[in-house]
Design a protein around this ligand. Sequence first.
Ligand SMILES: [Zn+2]
Length: 178
Amino acid sequence: MICPFCSAEFLKGMKRCPVCNEKLVSDVLPVWKFVLLSAVTFGIYQFYWFYKCWAFVKAERKLTFSAFWRAWLAPLYAGVYANQLKIMLALKGIKGGFNPFAVGAAYLFLSAAWWLPSPWQVIGFLNFFPLIPLVKALNEYHQLDEKIPPNNSFAWWQWIFIFLGACLTLLTVVANFL
Ligand SMILES: [Zn+2]
């Protein structure tokens, strides 16, 4: 494949051009993708998202902890992550427009709604909303370091999974009110 910035050749799957060192794959996550995937995967995507976020913090700040466990215990660690992100943003001069404590508390309470009796349980489906400012802020952070446009589409097979997930989610929500 050909680098769009310096026209050097690179192998498929490379994250950076070996010649000019420009990023070849964008790390920016469009907010609509985050919302859609969070809404239809019953928390599975959220786990993956938190795992990736923690792995990134770990690598950027050279810390030692288990990204897996922090993702697994996301309701307890969301505020801690928001705080770490805020520190990373400040180092690059970005003002993250969120309050880490408020994000952590909102995520914890909305996630805890899963244990409420139905139909209140459905509130748990909205637990990803307080994370949206974090997605936006992390995108700003990534964009400092990349010229490539973000991937703003899904492959057809991803749409199939999203459609199936959306049907299941809708059924679950409706069942909560029956
Ligand atoms: Zn290049």
